[in-house]
Unconditional design. Structure first.
Length: 625
């Protein structure tokens, strides 16, 4: 690395620490100030922070790999998360969630199920889920940033005494970056997280534009079109994937066959099935929900969610597409000549391109941008996870009347514990991809059923929520254990076969078990108290099966009306998914010089933006908080 690049990176790290610690003074007033910024942060700053938190380096490395191999249609792999849950949040969920006026997602549960035994059981299980999810994501970031830094930086950071290796080089790098990020995150809470993430977002955008500009001017149209095929640039697909690469690159076609996604139609069908329920279930109790709860008003929560979608995808995919263009021209011929391509790790394409094929100066800014991507996402989870430990477990069940300073001190301790457990789990993770599939398919699969029902069905109660979530958590953890030990099972056994099934295809099983737990828990216990249900419905006003509750409310107020916006919300969500998708494919088509499709994507983006202005934005403006 050139001294210029190293200087840029060091300057960025120092600037981030200074900003994070300088802003941290505002976080000392109490838990609301520490975890929600005192509901006093501008919605556009929260939107930038939220978008920055989703711009993670592990996910970026994964997306570079799948775009390189599968082409434009690979953006649908992101539906595994599913990324368009952000659209559902934008259209109606942000409004529902913000109306609660509470601090965390599990505290929100008490407003739905009450504060009796059933309500507390549901409250406790979602707090546990939030902490497990935060630990899982920290492990995911630990794996990603370590792999990234090892390829980029020249120094061997292996820590060993004699022949005993305590930390490999990638683990040492990951620990250093995590310690630096943890310092300002724990010190300043939400204020430091948002301030540094806004700074980091700016750096990531600059890095993305510079890389895209370099890739656009350094390589010709002919160089790019000589590598990719019509199928590679085709966004549409059949039930089974066709041949993405020419005979010169036949090894890549073989790699696609071995990846387990050949039946692409089945994958997308499963993603749509899961995505619909997961999106209505709402954001998992993590940093995304914390941003919604941090907004000043209900109206600003909706603005923030829409702004997050608008500012995230185009700059992120400019960066991804720029890296992929360089990889296609420079790395593809070298990689296709490798006879052991089936065992190649596509996640290292990103750092390899940066290391050998990006000029001085741009390399430093890009590395600072990707480091910012890691630090922003990591800090968001470090801020969100401990909120559940302190506010929903420690404060509620152990020490309810302590001073604000005491709770902030406990928040610091909880943050260190969450980070430590996440790092510990990261030591045993097989790869970014295995963690991605576990989080998106297994862990979130156990979350979906209970959290879908809580919105739409009045009879669903606290015990149903508890048993539904617990069943999902248990089976998700079992799936992760089997996946990590899949080579220990004997071939031909049921355990071997189950361990080798892709996690996304296990989603219906996990969803079904969780749904069964939800129904059994509900029907074997009494309904939630009607007073609680009336208060919840009057405050949040969701659509769904709420007729008995509405009937009781009309006894007190005949003017109260049910929420009949399901059709419009679903229409807006469908338009929003197309709008979001256009922002993803637009920079990709532009970077591969497919100008007719670039223009089509641009027209779709403009058209859907205009439609949403009338069907969504104008209605949000009329909301009374």
């Amino acid at each position: 690395m050139d001294i210029i690049d190293i200087s840029i990176i060091i300057t960025y790290v120092v600037l981030t620490l200074v900003v994070g610690i300088w802003v941290s003074k505002k976080a000392s007033k109490g838990l609301n100030s520490y975890f929600l910024g005192g509901n006093n942060i501008k919605w556009y700053f929260l939107g930038l922070s939220n978008g920055s938190g989703m711009f993670d380096v592990s996910g970026t490395a994964w997306m570079v790999g799948i775009l390189f191999l599968y082409g434009v249609k690979s953006f649908m792999f992101m539906w595994l998360w599913p990324i368009w849950n952000q659209i559902f949040v934008m259209m109606f969920l942000a409004i529902w969630i913000r109306r609660s006026n509470i601090m965390t997602g599990s505290e929100w549960i008490l407003t739905r199920f009450g504060d009796d035994k059933a309500g507390r059981a549901s409250h406790l299980i979602v707090a546990i889920f939030a902490v497990v999810a935060a630990i899982g994501f920290i492990a995911y970031f630990f794996e990603g940033v370590g792999k990234f830094m090892t390829v980029i930086l020249p120094w061997d950071m292996t820590f060993q005494i004699g022949n005993a290796v305590f930390f490999s080089s990638d683990q040492s790098y990951a620990l250093i970056i995590i310690i630096l990020t943890t310092i300002y995150t724990i010190k300043g809470g939400m204020f430091s997280v948002v301030a540094t993430e806004v700074l980091q977002y700016g750096i990531m955008v600059i890095a993305g534009v510079l890389v895209a500009g370099y890739a656009f001017f350094a390589f010709t149209d002919v160089e790019i079109t000589s590598v990719i095929t019509e199928e590679w640039s085709n966004v549409f697909f059949d039930w089974e994937l066709g041949s993405h690469w020419t005979s010169k690159y036949q090894e890549f076609n073989k790699l696609i066959d071995s990846e387990g996604y050949k039946m692409f139609g089945a994958l997308i069908g499963m993603s749509l099935f899961k995505g619909f329920f997961a999106s209505i279930a709402g954001p998992v109790p993590s940093f995304d929900m914390q941003r919604i709860l941090s907004t000043k008003t209900v109206k600003e929560a909706a603005y923030m969610a829409g702004f997050t979608n608008l500012i995230l995808f185009i700059p992120r995919y400019l960066l991804i597409a720029g890296i992929v263009v360089i990889a296609l021209v420079v790395l593809a011929p070298e990689m296709a000549a490798n006879p052991n391509l089936a065992g190649i790790d596509l996640e290292v394409i990103l750092p390899k391109v940066i290391n050998f094929h990006v000029p001085v100066g741009i390399k430093g800014l890009l590395l600072a941008g990707l480091l910012a991507a890691f630090m922003s996402t990591f800090s968001a989870f470090v801020n969100a996870g401990p909120a559940y430990i302190v506010n929903d477990i420690y404060k509620k069940y152990y020490k309810p009347n302590a001073s604000p300073k005491h709770y902030i001190k406990i928040s610091h301790i909880a943050s260190f514990i969450v980070v430590g457990l996440g790092v510990f789990m990261g030591f045993f993770a097989e790869s970014i991809n295995s963690l991605t599939l576990w989080i998106t398919s297994a862990l979130f699969g156990g979350y979906v059923a209970a959290n879908f029902l809580k919105w739409v069905w009045w009879r669903f109660n606290g015990w149903g929520y508890f048993w539904g979530m617990l069943a999902g958590l248990v089976i998700a953890s079992l799936q992760f254990f089997m996946d990590q030990n899949k080579n220990s099972f004997h071939e031909g056994t049921i355990l071997y076969d189950m361990a080798h099934v892709h996690a996304i295809y296990l989603f219906p099983i996990i969803f079904g078990v969780s749904l069964l737990g939800s129904f059994l828990g509900t029907y074997f216990s009494k309904p939630t108290d009607m007073v609680v249900l009336k208060s919840f419905y009057k405050n949040v006003r969701p659509w769904g099966w709420w007729k008995p509750v509405l009937y009781e409310l009309k006894k007190d107020d005949k003017n109260i009306k049910s929420n009949n916006n399901f059709g419009m919300d679903m229409l807006n969500s469908a338009i929003g998914i197309v709008w979001q998708s256009s922002m993803i494919v637009l920079p990709i088509y532009f970077m591969i010089r497919d100008y007719p499709k670039t223009i089509i994507a641009l027209i779709i983006f403009i058209l859907t933006s205009v439609i949403l202005k009338f069907t969504w934005l104008d209605k949000v403006k009329k909301i009374e908080n």
